[in-house]
Design a protein around this ligand. Structure first.
Ligand code: TA6
Length: 293
């Protein structure tokens, strides 16, 4: 089960057919092909806009962008020079090693450490590692954040895996989010966007423009539609974001025509409040995506 090294990207190839493609740019997984159970037909499980810019000049519209150290527009004093969703998804990571290649799974590690480019917008010590693991019907992505031992202060950050799951948006239902507190970013006023709501639906759809930040979520989600279902399990990510722009997607320059009908973003993250690491300490946020049907 080899790992193919191509210019600027890695391809993980499973002997039974599944594959994943990871750009060094942003450590962005841009493709994951896996069969449904009982079938050998490989299906693309992630959405990647046909208008996505892949030359390293802009965050990728699709796949699994890595969001660090801030989610959304920066608010923390350490983050005020950053762009939306931070610098991890727009930095070039380095291949560190093949972690596992045993015929059952293949796993690679990419690293991101401070660079002169990052130092222009962020001056805190950090070390990131990202481990991508491909198995027969599963893809795992683990983000490791370390505040180096020599650092003289705590590291405060947010993190999220901005996963674009390929699915017919008009048919999708996400469970279990009922009774969770959430913040609705589609509200017109900042005050309304900061006012907690409670989810009353047993099955959440994205038939309309949806941008919901669920706090203290169960870290185990089912994303289902007519013919398919995907399980998303998280660890270390206490919140989850559900996003689909609907017709608002027409305003997104690198969104293909009608692209918003082809995905739902289910994004495990720690985005309400900040994680804090003392010098020498680490944190791991993990997402395991499994094809169920
Ligand atoms: O995760 C949802 C979200 O924060 C939305 O508000 C929308 O901005 C989306 O991320 C995409 O952000 P981007 O910076 O990639 O255009």
């Amino acid at each position: 089960m080899p790992v193919h090294h191509l210019p600027g990207k890695l391809i993980l190839q499973h002997p039974e057919g599944p594959s994943a493609e990871v750009l060094l740019y942003g450590a962005t997984v841009v493709s994951w092909k896996s069969p449904s159970h009982g079938s050998t037909e490989l299906k693309e499980r992630l959405f990647l806009s046909s208008k996505a810019i892949l030359d390293g000049s802009k965050a990728v519209r699709g796949g699994i962008p890595v969001v660090f150290p801030c989610f959304g527009a920066p608010q923390h004093p350490d983050h005020m020079k950053l762009s939306q969703h931070g610098f991890a998804r727009t930095s070039t990571w380095k291949f560190h090693k093949t972690v596992l290649d045993n015929g059952v799974g293949v796993s690679i590690q990419l690293d991101l450490h401070p660079t002169p480019e990052i130092a222009k917008v962020y001056n805190k010590p950090f070390q990131l590692s990202y481990v991508v693991t491909l198995a027969g019907h599963q893809l795992s992505t683990d983000l490791h954040v370390t505040n180096p031992a020599g650092s003289d202060a705590s590291l405060e950050f947010q993190a999220l895996l901005h996963t674009y799951l390929a699915a017919p948006a008009s048919e999708v239902g996400i469970t279990p989010l009922e009774n969770l507190k959430f913040y609705d970013k589609t509200e017109a006023s900042e005050e309304a966007r900061q006012t907690a709501k409670v989810e009353t639906r047993s099955v959440v759809d994205v038939g309309n423009y949806t941008d919901s930040v669920y706090e203290d979520a169960p870290q185990n989600y089912m994303v289902s539609w007519g013919s398919g279902s995907i399980n998303v399990r998280a660890k270390g990510f206490k919140d989850v974001v559900v996003w689909n722009p609907g017709e608002e997607g027409k305003k997104i320059g690198d969104m293909e025509d009608g692209g918003w009908n082809k995905y739902v973003c289910v994004e495990p993250g720690h985005v309400r409040g900040y994680l804090e690491l003392a010098p020498g300490h680490s944190w791991i946020g993990q997402q395991v995506i499994t094809v169920k049907a």
